[in-house]
Design a binder for this molecule. Structure first.
Ligand SMILES: *Cc1c(COP(=O)(O)O)cnc(C)c1O
Length: 354
């Protein structure tokens, strides 16, 4: 730390992203990226002509991209805004709605960034323990007065709530904002987007990083009532009006428009996930029910950390969280069928002590 850092951030503990090793080729099952390339339409669209246009700023209104998102969900364009990854949308939202006295509550085991943003933006944060089986009890939240953030499906557990349960939370207190982070919703959970027209205290956040195979393009978006979107845009235009670059805008719009490819990729991930789950269960693992593109699994025989280390030695990278309730588990991203076959093969070697 330099002597110049503001005392406000002396205690800030930044988010730790999953490893992105540049040294050797791993089978990378640690950051929930897609094993598939972006849609062929995306690859075609990022051409010489678009690249030449990089001399110009991107559209601060992001019209082209917002039009495709609105069309996909059959909603008005005024109900959508786009960020540099959904992380930026989350940051804008914490700043806009949770900083100061009202505060926010979220699960003790969930996306690690919520705690960091709460600290960074001075939002009072209350952590609510998941139940013993790692599920969210909606009544724990309904009773509280703070705003709410729920990742649905949750990370790193993969467990999803139904839309009906979340609707109960929305109804329980219309004066509390409920942010649903749907980073993984396309892998088998119910989206709350259809509720956005009905409830003006709902904010849904989604990303192109997982189900749309564009983690490197950094695109995320928010869907909510027009007024909430206006508030988020107020922050965006006070921070960085050109927050999404030109090429990402083109990539995002073309990806949204290619529904067949999106369906094909997400269905394939779901199929591979269920197959991998049953293979792990057959080998004595405890595997939580996942509606995401990863599995949260506990090996009965060796510790989570050892399993992570042994896999890494064998060239397979998964994610281990050194946190109290979950340190026996590892989170395994669903890759291609071939990658998952190798994971299972390496697991067998480890279980045999090889
Ligand atoms: C991956 C992830 C994000 C962030 O996604 P980006 O759009 O890549 O910033 C947000 N929330 C959850 C729960 C995630 O897992």
């Amino acid at each position: 730390m330099s002597r110049f850092l503001s005392e406000n951030y002396a205690e800030l503990k930044p988010y730790t992203p999953g490893e992105q090793p540049q040294d050797m080729q791993y089978i990378k099952l640690n950051t929930n990226e897609s094993p598939f390339a972006p849609s062929p339409k995306v690859i075609e669209a990022i051409n010489k002509q678009e690249t030449q246009k990089l001399r110009l700023y991107s559209d601060p209104q992001l019209k082209l991209l917002i039009k495709e998102i609105a069309a996909f969900y059959g909603i008005s364009e005024s109900m959508v805004t786009v960020g540099n990854g959904s992380d930026e949308i989350l940051a804008f939202s914490f700043l806009a709605f949770f900083s100061g006295s009202k505060g926010v509550c979220f699960a003790d085991i969930t996306y690690g960034f919520y705690k960091v943003y709460a600290k960074l933006f001075g939002a009072k944060a209350v952590q609510i323990p998941l139940k013993e089986d790692f599920s969210v009890d909606i009544y724990d939240y309904a009773q509280r007065s703070e705003n709410v953030v729920i990742a649905n499906p949750n990370a790193p557990t993969g467990i999803a709530l139904t839309r009906r349960e979340l609707e109960k939370l929305l109804v329980s207190n219309p004066n509390r904002l409920v942010l649903i982070d749907e980073a993984y919703v396309d892998f088998g959970a119910e989206s709350c987007v259809p509720l956005c027209k009905k409830y003006d205290n709902l904010l849904v956040v989604q990303t192109f990083s997982k189900s749309r195979n564009l983690a490197g393009a950094r695109i995320g978006f928010a869907i909510a009532s027009e007024k909430i979107i206006e508030d988020i845009n107020k922050i965006k235009f006070s921070f960085n009006p050109y927050n999404v670059n030109r090429l990402s805008t083109v990539a995002g719009a073309n990806s949204m428009a290619d529904r067949d490819y999106f369906e094909k990729c997400t269905q394939q991930i779901i199929k591979t996930r269920e197959k991998t789950k049953s293979e792990l269960c057959r080998r004595g693992f405890t595997v939580l029910n996942s509606s995401a593109n990863f599995l949260f699994a506990k090996c009965g025989k060796i510790s989570g950390e050892e399993f992570y280390n042994r896999l890494k030695e064998k060239g397979v990278l998964v994610r281990h969280f050194n946190e109290e309730r979950i340190n026996k588990f590892v989170r395994i991203t669903i890759g291609s069928e071939e990658e998952m076959d190798i994971l299972i093969q390496k697991t067998d070697e480890i279980l045999k002590g090889e």
